[in-house]
Design a binder for this molecule. Structure first.
Ligand code: AMP
Length: 394
């Protein structure tokens, strides 16, 4: 168990909280404020303990001067003010006198938001490459540090690992909840069923390797399934192929033949848009001119049966091109099966959470993670850099 914000003395302290305010913004409007909302519990707690609250976050990528305008956190500060119902001091700098003075003037229970940490990437990628001086400088602005940005916990950036290497540090409530929920996978209820989809095999190799021994069944769908089918010698037409990983698929299939399930039928189309044809065929009959875009109805039935007997389900990556209605059936029907089952259900962030939100299932699962890449890293069993300098509790 890591130290949490509750283990820190916050009274009158300058508390730096690294949040994940990386929200989608279009034409200056926040399209989904879920990440801001999820951060409130930790911020409220710090305020209640008379902390002087300094918030930091990244927003998008910053490579050009243009990105500075596009990726300012100013709109986030406004939304935060509405949600917290108190003024938020926004500083449109990431270093310098104005920032330092405004922090010095901060009173207990007041909240300040610094500009996008990745503004420091414009010259020399200082934030993303964890520049030693930058981490030290940001740490000098506070007394204690709280990492509550699960979405970037798998990254070693100046605004997480950099700061925490110089200050007494803890995790916030959001990170604590993520680790607690994902931690359940280490003591799985049987059957432990893993659903894997999404576009690339390469992204999931580490997860498959780490989970194949721990779980009872892996059900494969999505773009990645066609590389597995190719490895078994099937014609896959114009479907996605990760040719570099055919051998990996062959090896893992031969070793775990009984554990890894592949689609028995698939939806084919001639073009991946609303006008494309929809053809359900068994995998022996894939047309070489067409593209596989979803699992077929037989596979939906087969996978749903397996889900019924699951005690725990982990799902990463959609089973088809769920963004287009007629190719979303597999993902939708399996979400229905998962949420109808009595199993503990965990969605591993990214697109499968977006799909669950879109089809109305997000609140029906046990846990929908806020971090796609971070969850994958956790599931691969690798050390998470954002936690490196956060002490474990005795
Ligand atoms: P990932 O980021 O690897 O989880 O992949 C998510 C993306 O995979 C989504 O945008 C889906 O549209 C896409 N996807 C799922 N199934 C397929 C498929 N059969 N062909 C192409 N893309 C797919």
């Amino acid at each position: 168990m890591y130290k949490t914000i509750k283990d820190l003395d916050l009274h009158n302290k300058k508390v730096i909280i690294r949040c994940d305010f990386n929200v989608p913004i279009q034409n200056g409007i926040i399209m989904d404020d879920n990440r801001i909302v999820q951060s409130l519990k930790t911020i409220h707690y710090a305020i209640s303990k008379n902390a002087k609250v300094i918030l930091m976050s990244h927003l998008g990528r910053v490579k050009t001067e243009d990105d500075l305008k596009k990726n300012s956190l100013k709109v986030v500060a406004k939304r935060l003010e509405e949600l917290l119902n108190i003024p938020v001091v926004f500083v449109n700098h990431t270093h310098g006198k104005e920032l330092e003075e405004k922090i010095e003037r901060l009173q207990p229970k007041e909240v300040l938001l610094m500009e996008n940490t990745r503004f420091e990437d414009l010259e020399g990628k200082k934030e993303s490459s964890n520049d030693e001086q930058l981490g030290k400088y940001w740490a000098s602005l506070g007394d204690v540090f709280v990492n509550d940005a699960f979405g970037t916990i798998h990254r070693g950036h100046a605004s997480n690992v950099g700061i925490s290497s110089h200050l007494e540090s803890a995790i916030g409530f959001l990170v604590e909840k993520e680790l607690e929920e994902l931690g359940k996978l280490n003591h799985p209820k049987r059957d432990f069923v893993v659903l894997l989809g999404g576009s690339k095999v390469s992204d999931k190799i580490g997860v498959i390797k780490n989970l194949v021994e721990k779980c009872d069944k892996i059900l494969i769908g999505g773009g990645m399934s066609y590389t597995f089918l190719k490895a078994k010698g099937y014609e896959i037409g114009k479907s996605l192929l990760d040719s570099e990983n055919i051998d990996f698929c062959k090896n893992i299939l031969s070793k775990y033949e009984k554990k890894i399930y592949l689609p028995v039928d698939t939806i084919l189309t001639d073009k991946i848009d609303e006008e494309g044809i929809v053809k359900n065929v068994f995998i022996q009959n894939i047309d070489h001119e067409l593209t596989g875009v979803d699992i077929g109805l037989e596979t939906v039935k087969k996978y749903s049966e397996i889900i019924k007997n699951a005690g725990m389900i982990l799902w990463n990556g959609p089973l088809g091109v769920y963004e287009i209605d007629q190719f979303s059936q597999g993902t939708r029907k399996l979400l229905e099966a998962v949420t109808n089952s009595k199993a503990i259900s965990i969605l591993g962030g990214g697109d499968i959470v977006a799909a669950a939100l879109k089809f109305g299932y997000k609140d029906k699962v046990t846990h929908a993670s806020t971090g796609g890449g971070a969850t994958l890293a956790y599931l691969e069993g690798v050390a998470l850099p954002g936690l490196k300098y956060i002490a474990e509790k005795e």
